[in-house]
Structures are given as structure tokens and as C-alpha cells.
Ligand binder design. Structure first.
Ligand code: PEP
Ligand code: MG
Length: 858
């Protein structure tokens, strides 16, 4: 017997859920029903009941009938992103409505332009205990006509509804319980899609799980109940469960939120993997704070990976300082001397480390010299305090200011300040931080927080993972850990303080969990996972030394981007076939005076030697914009990214350019070096540089012209590629700048980070233009921007005709492995399809689908 009729909420074309271009709806993850493509913008109630969810964006509405059946109407796909634009709610949550009552008005034009699709699912959610019948056949439908009927599946207790069965009164009291609290960082909070994911996960466990926020609690199995919580970005959400598998249920729900975040990113709303600078790393996901540990703690993934080891704590020694100083002149001099010593020491460490460490130390040197900090310290000294006391209080004052900020990335700079504080205090005490601090075998470092210099002081060979109760995924210590390839979880909460020193723990920094008391089989399983990962990595590394060809035999070169000689050694070790981009400006970025020809020659020659017979593409200094040089102060500009940058700066300072070119031309063996010009906008710039090179070659006595390439970093250069390529030997696409200039979005803007995506179809069209020009001229077109290391981008770039990728050294093996699994024809088909898509999210989805069909799920 029918228990409910669902009526059309508006006029339109009635179809099936399969036609909704969203796997959540088409896959019936939310429930069953039909979909309508609306032709009017007035949504009326499809049945009588209470409005249980109507988000502020008014793009969806849920009604609960008197029998407890929930009906959801979700206007279009991806309409939550409109943030309410074009929608006007006519009722409020909690209102009782009759079938046919007006609920939402929406502007069809506005919504159609902003949505992925207007196809509107009308669903019963969930379908537990219910069956749908008399579904309307596809065709035109008018508002108020019956779409389908709901019948109950008879049970002993009568008709089941979506309300979860109450717990039996005699349920065992010793049931396990678990809970977590986290901050929801999803852009649109717990809207329909994440709610569906969570409900699905909750249903997979026997435990009764619930979510609480704003003082309300929802059954975690009910999508509508979750949505009705009204959880927005930044809200605190508690997850509780009771029952035999409660800890697993809670861990799965935490992982569900992280999965939703990844989906959000893949759709182009989070961090875009392909557009990050080379030193970028995993973007922060959620920030769980465990309330109760039940053997599994949830954390934020800072560096993915798996490890099994012994929990190990290292004590941070508090550095004692006397409050009062002897004589203010002496205290000031001591502070100055301590800062000089720290500076020298940090610069020494930077010179021996990789690019990541150098960048972090550069930030620390900024703090060391910070005028506000130093002024505050000097004021305290003048007031009679000791140098140490004054330095500490000046740093702590800056820390308080940072901690009050809402931006978590800024708050994460607190650790850097603490690091600089301790360096100076140790220097004042005449000490330096000890190095190679011993650790037990297979140590999992467990701490509340960790400073960058504390990490680099540890014995790396024995450290297998890092687990912090606090910390942030974008902190410098996390970036360092990523560079050192150490799995790391942060935000694990105070539960980690209960872990006994020496206890065996499992760190699953792929899933974001720390198992604090794992059973023997789990340990065995995790060890096997670590082992197979190591073997796979060793195999990939071994294969990386072999020349790279796609599955159909097409040759594709994989080069590395370098900033110094250490990177060059790493590139060779990782199988790079050459250097596709030497960012020469980084070699001399901290100098007060311009490097001489001899200094430059020595630096370039060292790198060439480290590369052996492999080619070295040396880019002329790309100065200006986001890369200022102290020894070349440029006039203040309103918009430096559009001002004196790259080749424009070089041509404006011909002496500096000539010095660099002379040094580059003298590197041996000569044939291995090629030159690359940054920020080209027309052929005249190339001809100007070529003219100087010709002169210098004649002067030095070089017979063979050096190969010259132009970077394609501006839309102008891409569109004129067929003309430019006549003047050069090769092109290299700098996707980082090309994306910034195509989309008119600053590549360093934190709020636009999720949108400056090099897989935007507009950027792909420019890549296609450049690659096409290369193919027509029979010359190489490479990509050396960050997108070259993005696995979703690789088939697209190859499909567009790119035959050389230059990536960070560590990415070379994986990129080579991926290329070996691809057929150029498949890549070409994919690329052609993607050029006509409307958003980077759609491009990413298509590329992901293709890789999945090849079994490349990584
Ligand atoms: C680019 O813009 O993509 C590029 C490789 O140059 P840089 O990142 O050094 O500006
Ligand atoms: Mg660039």
C-alpha cells in the first residue's frame, strides 16, 4: 500500500537520477527518486511535512513527513557554490508545509549559468525499509503531478522509517565508546555531498554513531539529520559512537570528512595540486581534536605514509634566563653578537641543506632581523632587563599577536618564532643546539609540538614517523618532514600524552590515524604494508634510471628543476635525464652584492659537473615580481607581477645580463648547456638576447652557437608561439606564471590557491597552442612549471604534444613510472575532450576517470 506520493515540485522535463552529472546522486548514495530539468523557477513542496533542512544558500530543501520519511529536493548540481546567489527561500526551517506550498524561488538564468547542471534530484533519503514504485516515465511534467509513490516494506514492527531503531533496554553496559571533536574546514560545511558520504560510512558499522554541533545531535546515518545540523566551515563538530566497533566507526567518520575535503579539492575548490610551487606539499585537511582515545586517534595528515615504531619522546630543555641585566650597553652588545652568531650558523646550515631547508632558514633569518622584535628587545634592555629576557619577551609578544589571528597558516609561524628565540638564547648562553640527537631504532616521535631545528637535529636514520598533538599541516616543520620523507600526523590532541614511552604504535598517515595500542595482527599487517611500499619505491627508483618511453614507445624526457648543486645530485639519484630549469636567481638571492662572473661560473660549473653528461638548461635570472634581489633594488611598482620582471629586468640592466651570459657560455662541456629566457612576450626580446650572445660568443671564441629557448609564461607568448619558435631552439612552458597571467589570479594569493589551477581549460588551450607550434616546427616543447608533476596533468600534457617534463627531483621516478603506463593516442583523446570543458574541476574529473580506468589510483 502506498504510504506517500511525491509530487513534481516544478514544471520541467522528468528524467532519471542517472542523468544527474554527480556520482553522489546518480549513484543513489543519498537515496532513490527521479530528476527534473526545471523550466520554471518556483519550487513547491513535493509532499506535506516539516522543513528539516533549508541551508542559508537555499539551493536545497528537505521535508520530513509525519511518518518520518525525509524527502530532499536539490536544485541543480554544485549549486552550493553559488552561496545563495539566485535563490530566495520562502519558508524557514521548522515550518510545517502542505504539498504544493511555495518553498524556494530561484532565478533560472543565474542558476543555469553558475551550476554544473540544472538537473534537480528529488529523492527519498534514505530508503531504509521503503520502496519506490509507479515511477513516472521520462517526459514533460507539470508542477503538482505525481512523480512516484513510496511503499513500506512490511516488518514485524510495521512500516520502517528512516528513524534509527532505539537501543534495546537490555543492551550490554560495557559497550565500547569513542568520540572525536574536529573543526570542519569544508568550504560549504556539511552540505548534501559530505553528509551522504558520512551517512554511508556510519551505516557500515554496527555502532550507533551520532554527530553534534551547535548543541544539537544528529543520527550519523541520516543525511537529512546531518544537513539539519547546519554545520558550516569553521564550526566545531563532535562525533560519538557506542557499540562494539565504535572506535572504527568514529575513525571512519573522521576519514569521511577528509575524503570530502579531497573531493572538494579535486573539484577545484581546495588546494590545486598542479599549481603549487615546487616546494609545496599536502594541503591541510581537517583538524580533528580527539576527546577520548579508544586505541585510535585521528589527526591531520601533514606528510602521508605508513610506519610502525616505538613511541619516543624527547624533552625540550627550558633555557633559563636571568631577568635583570647588568649594564644595558653590554646586554645590547651581547644580544647583537648572539644574533650574528646565529646568523652565521643558520647560513652555514642552509648552504649544506636542500632547497626546502634553505627556504625555511631564509624565513628564520627574517625573524632574526625583524625590526619590531629587535626594537622591543632593545626597549626592554634599556628598561634594565637582560639580553635573554628581553629577546624572549619580544618574541613572545609577537607570538601573542600571531595567535590572535584567524588565519591558521599565519598561526603556524609561531613555531618559527620559537625556534629563532631558542637559537638566540642558546647563543647567549654560549651554546648551540646539539646535532644528531640519538633516538632508539624505529622511533616514532611523539610530542606536543616540534621546531624545525629540533627536527633537523634528530638522527634521521632512526626516525620513522612524527606525531604531534598540536601543530599544523602547513607549518615549516611539516614542510621539512615532507622534504625528509618522514610520515607525519598533526592535531592528534592531548590523547597522545597517554601513550607509554617505548610502546609500539602504528602511524597511518595515509588515513590520518594513530593506533596507540595495536594488536599483533595489525602490527604485522602494517609492517607488511611498509615493506611492500619500500619495495615498490626501490623498484620505481631503479626503473627511474632507464630512459623513459610511453607504452606505445613514444620518447618522453623527464628532467628536473634545480635551485643548487644539492638539488642536482638529488636529480641524478632520482633518474632525471637532465636539468630542465636551473633557477639561477636562487643561487644568489641572499647576496648584498651582485655575483661576479667567476662566482657564477663556479656555481654553474659545480652543477654541470654534478649532472655529468646530462643537459643543463640554465635560465637567465628571473628577477622582479615575487623574486626581488637585494643587490638589485627595483623601483617600487604598483603591480610588480606586471612590471619589471624576467627578461624585462635583464634588458634594463645589460651589464648584469652580460656577466651572467659570459659565465654561462664558459661552462664546460659547452654543448651540454642551453640557455632559457624567462617572461618572453615577443620576438624582439629574444632577438635582443640572441644579439648579445652572438657578440659574447665571438669575443670568447666559441664556434658552436649555444642552444636558446624561450619560456612560455604569458598568454602573449603562447598565442605567438609559432612566430617565437622560429627564433629559438626550444620552448619551455612555465605553467605557474602562465596560469597566473591567464586567469588574472596572483599565484601566491592564499585565498585564490584553490582556483589558480593550471588545468583550467583556458590554460590548456594556450599549452596546446605552444605545443602545436613546436610540433609544426619540429622543435621540443617542454613544461617546467609545477603542473608537470601533477599526475592528473601528465596525460593531458602528453596528449597536447609536450614531450619533456621538468619536475622536482623527488617526483622524477613516479612521473617516469606513470608515463610508461600511458598510450599517447589515449592521452590525445583525453586532451581533446578536456579542451572544451568548462572548468578545471571537470578536467580533473575526466583525467582521474582515465587514470582510474588504467588502474592508476595512487
Ligand atoms: C613557471 O612560471 O612555471 C616557472 C617555471 O617559473 P617560476 O616558477 O620560477 O616563475
Ligand atoms: Mg615563471
Amino acid at each position: 500500500m502506498s504510504i506517500l506520493q511525491i509530487l513534481a515540485p516544478f514544471d520541467g522535463w522528468c528524467g532519471t537520477l542517472d542523468e544527474v552529472p554527480d556520482p553522489v546522486f546518480a549513484g543513489r548514495m543519498l537515496g532513490d527518486g527521479v530528476a527534473i530539468d526545471p523550466t520554471t523557477g518556483i519550487l513547491v513542496a513535493p509532499c506535506a511535512g516539516e522543513i528539516v533542512a533549508l541551508p542559508a544558500s537555499a539551493h536545497a530543501v528537505s521535508i520530513r513527513t509525519a511518518r518520518g520519511i525525509d524527502v530532499l529536493v536539490h536544485i541543480g548540481v554544485d549549486t552550493v557554490q553559488l552561496g545563495g546567489r539566485g535563490f530566495d527561500a520562502r519558508v524557514r526551517p521548522g515550518a510545517s508545509v502542505r504539498a504544493g506550498d511555495e518553498l524556494i524561488r530561484f532565478d533560472l538564468d543565474v542558476v543555469a549559468r553558475g551550476a554544473k547542471s540544472l538537473m534537480t534530484p528529488i529523492l527519498v533519503t534514505p530508503m531504509d525499509g521503503l520502496r519506490l514504485q509507479q515511477r513516472r516515465a521520462p517526459g514533460l511534467v507539470s508542477s503538482g503531478e505525481v512523480l512516484f509513490e513510496i511503499v513500506g516494506i512490511a516488518t514485524a514492527a510495521g512500516i520502517e522509517t528512516s528513524t534509527p531503531p532505539p537501543r534495546a533496554a537490555n543492551a550490554p553496559k560495557e559497550e565500547a565508546a569513542a568520540a572525536h571533536t574536529l573543526i570542519v574546514t569544508l568550504r560549504h560545511g556539511l552540505h548534501a555531498r559530505p553528509a551522504a558520504l558520512l551517512a554511508q560510512r556510519a551505516k557500515a558499522f554496527g555502532a550507533q554513531a551520532s554527530l553534534s554541533a551547535h548543541g544539537r545531535t544528529a543520527n550519523a546515518r541520516s543525511v537529512v539529520a546531518i544537513m539539519a545540523l547546519g554545520v558550516r566551515q569553521g564550526d566545531e563538530l563532535s562525533i560519538q559512537a557506542s557499540g562494539a566497533d565504535a572506535p572504527q566507526s568514529v575513525a571512519s567518520l573522521v576519514a569521511g570528512i577528509q575524503e570530502a575535503l579531497r573531493m572538494e579539492s579535486a573539484a577545484g575548490h581546495g588546494a590545486a595540486a598542479g599549481t603549487a610551487p615546487d616546494s609545496s606539499k599536502t594541503a591541510p585537511t581537517a583538524a580533528p581534536r580527539p576527546l577520548a582515545a579508544a586505541g585510535v586517534l585521528g589527526g591531520v595528515i601533514a606528510v602521508p605514509g605508513i610506519a610502525v615504531g616505538r613511541a619516543t619522546r624527547i624533552e625540550r630543555r627550558e633555557i633559563a634566563v636571568a631577568e635583570h641585566g647588568a649594564d644595558s650597553g653590554r646586554e645590547r652588545a651581547e644580544l647583537e653578537q648572539a644574533r650574528i652568531n646565529v646568523r652565521m650558523r643558520l647560513e652555514r646550515v642552509a648552504a649544506t641543506g636542500g632547497a626546502t631547508r634553505r627556504e625555511i632558514i631564509a624565513a628564520h633569518l627574517e625573524f632574526l632581523d625583524d625590526p619590531q622584535v629587535n626594537e622591543a628587545a632593545h626597549e626592554s634592555i634599556a628598561a634594565g632587563k637582560s639580553a635573554g629576557f628581553a629577546w624572549r619577551s619580544a618574541i613572545r609578544r609577537s607570538i601573542s599577536a600571531l595567535q590572535a589571528l584567524e588565519d591558521s597558516r599565519l598561526r603556524e609561524r609561531v613555531d618559527d618564532l620559537l625556534d629563532v628565540e631558542s637559537h638566540v638564547l642558546l647563543a647567549l648562553a654560549g651554546e648551540a643546539r646539539p646535532m644528531n640527537i640519538p633516538l632508539p631504532e624505529r622511533a616514532v616521535l611523539v610530542a606536543d609540538d616540534l621546531l624545525p631545528s629540533e627536527l633537523t637535529a634528530l638522527d634521521r636514520a632512526r626516525l620513522v614517523a612524527i606525531c604531534l598533538s598540536g601543530g599544523g599541516a602547513t607549518s615549516h616543520v611539516a614542510i621539512l618532514a615532507a622534504a625528509m620523507d618522514i610520515p607525519m600526523l598533526v592535531g592528534l590532541g592531548s590523547g597522545i600524552r597517554d601513550i607509554a614511552d617505548g610502546a609500539t604504535v602504528i602511524v597511518d598517515a595515509d588515513a590520518g590515524t594513530l593506533q596507540t595500542a595495536p594488536a599483533a595482527p595489525a602490527i604485522e599487517q602494517a609492517r607488511a604494508a611498509v615493506e611492500s611500499r619500500l619495495m615498490r619505491r626501490a623498484k620505481t627508483l631503479a626503473e627511474a634510471q632507464i630512459e623513459c618511453r610511453a607504452l606505445d614507445g613514444t620518447r618522453v624526457e623527464v628532467f628536473a628543476n634545480l635551485g643548487n648543486v644539492t638539488d642536482a645530485a638529488a636529480a641524478v639519484a632520482h633518474g632525471a635525464e637532465g636539468c630542465g630549469l636551473l633557477r639561477t636567481e636562487f643561487l644568489f638571492i641572499d647576496r648584498e652584492t651582485a655575483p661576479t662572473e667567476a662566482e657564477q661560473l663556479a656555481a654553474y660549473q659545480d652543477i654541470a659537473a654534478a649532472l655529468g653528461p646530462r643537459p643543463l638548461i640554465l635560465r637567465l635570472m628571473d628577477v622582479g615580481g615575487d623574486k626581488p634581489l637585494r643587490y638589485l633594488p627595483l623601483p617600487a611598482e604598483d603591480n610588480p607581477a606586471l612590471g619589471l620582471r624576467g627578461i624585462r629586468t635583464a634588458l634594463a640592466h645589460p651589464d648584469l645580463m652580460r656577466t651572467q651570459l659570459r659565465a654561462a657560455l664558459r661552462v664546460r662541456p659547452a654543448g651540454n648547456v642551453r640557455l632559457l629566457i624567462p617572461m618572453i612576450t615577443d620576438a624582439a626580446e629574444i632577438l635582443a638576447v640572441r644579439g648579445v650572445i652572438d657578440e659574447l660568443e665571438a669575443e670568447i671564441g666559441i664556434a658552436d652557437r649555444v642552444e636558446l629557448g624561450a619560456m612560455i609564461e604569458t598568454p602573449a607568448a603562447a598565442l605567438m608561439a609559432s612566430g617565437l619558435i622560429r627564433e629559438v631552439d626550444f620552448l619551455s612552458i612555465g605553467s605557474n606564471d602562465l596560469t597566473q597571467y591567464t586567469l588574472a589570479m596572483d599565484r601566491g594569493h592564499p585565498e585564490l590557491a584553490g582556483r589558480t589551477d593550471a588545468l583550467h581549460p583556458a590554460v590548456l588551450k594556450l599549452v596546446a597552442a605552444a605545443a602545436g607550434a613546436g610540433a609544426a616546427a619540429g622543435k621540443m616543447v617542454a613544461v617546467c612549471g609545477g603542473v608537470a608533476a601533477d599526475r592528473l596533468a601528465v596525460p593531458l600534457l602528453l596528449g597536447l604534444g609536450v614531450r619533456e617534463l621538468s619536475v622536482v627531483p623527488a617526483a622524477v621516478p613516479a612521473i617516469k613510472r606513470q608515463i610508461r603506463s600511458l598510450r599517447i593516442n589515449d592521452c590525445r583523446e583525453l586532451a581533446l575532450r578536456c579542451l572544451d570543458l568548462a572548468s578545471p574541476g571537470e578536467v580533473r574529473a575526466q583525467a582521474a576517470e582515465m587514470l582510474e580506468s588504467l588502474g592508476d589510483m595512487q
